[in-house]
Design a protein around this ligand. Structure first.
Ligand code: HEM
Length: 507
């Protein structure tokens, strides 16, 4: 970037700031253009409101969408940031399926996340995406992968998670459940996707710690690029290698080293078996460079580590204040144990896990209120009209707001903000939901490939933990905040004291 564009950016920033201060000091001069949706001011668009609410972006935008007749609104702020945010299932079906080709991820998103995610499946469009999707979906559809995922989760629970929780119970030490679940999910995705065991949940937890921290920082700092008031300020910081961009560069370098180590170890092993795991499938194609393989590894770690751990953290928090739901889960597990002649401590197999309908509902309900991917953004390729009549211009962003959708009375009724697994139950089974009304796993051609695997893992963990331990949340009366990252992490983690359950209470 040359000196003049740097200067004009700074000038623009100062002008925006003064205008915004002026508007805030002279309320009578405020002239919002729209009555519902965001208040759009001349020149600065929604910037003043954005500045006021940036720290509570998800809740602010949820309130705005709830006040719009079709749960859709236009957002505009300086720096050519213009688009729509929607929580309308018909619009979502249109962008994710019916007019899929018109809504790729788009250059802006790809560019902002490129340093971290490169051209991995999460951060690519067109052919680069298609190739990865094809290879990965082939792998995800095999029975052997499902069995391996099941086996891997079982082992991690029996040999690492349960001993760790037992020890915490004996010592009566508070533990951070979110951090433990992240270590669990990290081990699991590395085993399933790359056939490598980083043993993060083993021992004192220091193994892989540096990588985990770096990965977390890289995800959070990358997502902050979306929230800059002057959209390209981060580029200046990157150029000067200062502040958050310097930290981002360092954490990305740690993540890259780790991913490359995984790839090298797999190449050296070279068993000759092409389809033993996802990574060896990609390695078998000589055209894939080390850089591309690295991007693939990082995308899969992001997919597998941060989503299930986020979902289960919110699930355990919700459960901590709902003994009635916990009792229903325990009753369901007891009836499955009785049916299959099992005792507490035995692990569950795939068929038994499929029979856990109430637990499935309890987890889905947690996902509805706290979706691990709360927002998802695409770009509009050509001018379009959404099914609700909203115009979308070429080059605009289009964001669907999964977090807001769980809080829409129009979709879930008056009790939409309540945690109620019962809303999922129909004749004793957990009903399927329309994926455009519940786009927690995305929908259409880019739908999540790991949905089934994620439910298997989450249900295995939840069942094994709930039937053996009571979790007492340390700060029960405070509603936890969330970190604005690529996934919905709980701010400060979830600190709990665990206690082993008395057998007679469970049986
Ligand atoms: C609760 C758990 C999970 C949730 C809520 C979830 C949600 C999502 C969402 C919203 C997307 C679309 C993201 C985007 O537009 O870029 C996605 C894509 C994807 N997910 Fe998941 N996911 C979960 C678990 C997993 C797991 C365990 C895996 C496998 C290791 C996985 C693999 C993928 C892959 C490969 C994609 C990319 C699909 C594509 O772009 O074609 N997910 N997931």
């Amino acid at each position: 970037m040359d000196f003049f564009s740097l200067q004009s950016l700074l000038l623009f920033f100062l002008l925006s700031l003064s205008l915004c201060l002026y508007l805030n000091l002279h309320p009578s001069k405020k002239k919002p253009i729209y009555r519902t949706g965001f208040k759009i001011y001349p020149l600065v668009g929604a910037l003043p409101e954005f500045l006021k609410n940036r720290h509570r972006f998800l809740d602010w935008t949820t309130d705005v969408l709830a006040s719009c007749p079709t749960s859709t609104t236009v957002f505009r702020r300086p720096g050519k940031v213009q688009g729509i945010i929607t929580a309308n299932p018909l619009n979502i079906e249109h962008m994710l399926k019916n007019n899929f080709e018109n809504y790729p991820k788009g250059e802006r998103v790809l560019f902002l996340l490129e340093d971290f995610l490169g051209q991995g499946i999460f951060n690519s469009d067109g052919n680069i995406w298609k190739v990865q999707r094809k290879t990965a979906s082939h792998e995800f559809n095999t029975k052997s992968l499902r069995n391996f995922a099941m086996q891997s989760a079982k082992e991690e629970i029996q040999t690492r998670l349960i001993p760790l929780l037992k020890k915490a119970a004996e010592m009566n030490h508070p533990i951070d459940v979110q951090e433990i679940l992240e270590r669990f999910a990290f081990d699991n995705v590395c085993k399933v996707a790359f056939n490598v065991d980083p043993a993060c949940l083993d021992g004192d937890g220091t193994s892989g710690w540096e990588f985990m921290r770096a990965f977390e920082d890289a995800a959070t700092l990358s997502s902050r690029r979306f929230m800059y008031v002057v959209p390209f300020l981060w580029r200046i910081k990157k150029l000067l290698n200062i502040g958050s961009e310097r930290r981002l560069k360092e954490s990305i370098s740690t993540v890259h080293d780790f991913a490359e180590k995984i790839i090298r170890s797999r190449i050296e092993e070279n068993t000759g078996e092409k389809d033993t795991d996802l990574l060896s499938r990609f390695i078998a194609n000589d055209e894939n460079s080390m850089e591309f393989l690295r991007d693939i590894v990082i995308s899969f770690i992001l997919a597998g580590r941060d989503t299930t751990s986020s979902a289960l953290t919110w699930f355990f928090w919700l459960l901590s204040s709902r003994p009635d739901v916990e009792r229903n889960i325990l009753n369901e597990l007891k009836s499955i144990r009785t049916r299959y002649g099992k005792v507490i401590g035995d692990t569950y197999n795939l068929d038994e896990i499929r029979e856990m309908h109430y637990l499935h509902a309890a987890i889905s309900e947690a996902l509805r209120l706290y979706p691990p991917v709360p927002l998802d953004t695409k770009a509009c390729r050509e001018d379009d009209i959404m099914p609700d009549g909203t115009f979308v211009g070429k080059g605009w962003f289009v964001t669907y707001h999964t977090y807001a959708m769980g809080r829409m009375e129009t979709l879930w009724g008056k009790d939409c903000r309540e945690y109620s697994p019962e809303r999922w139950m129909e004749n004793g089974t957990c009903r399927r939901e329309n994926p455009f009304r519940f786009p927690v796993f995305h929908a259409g051609p880019r739908m999540c490939l790991g949905k089934d695997m994620a439910y298997i893992q989450m249900k295995s963990i939840a069942a094994s933990v709930v039937e053996r331990f009571e979790m007492d949340v340390v700060d029960k009366d405070t509603c936890p905040g969330h970190v604005m990252s690529l996934t919905l992490r709980m701010k400060g983690g979830l600190r709990v004291r665990v206690k082993e359950r008395c057998a007679d209470v469970v049986d």
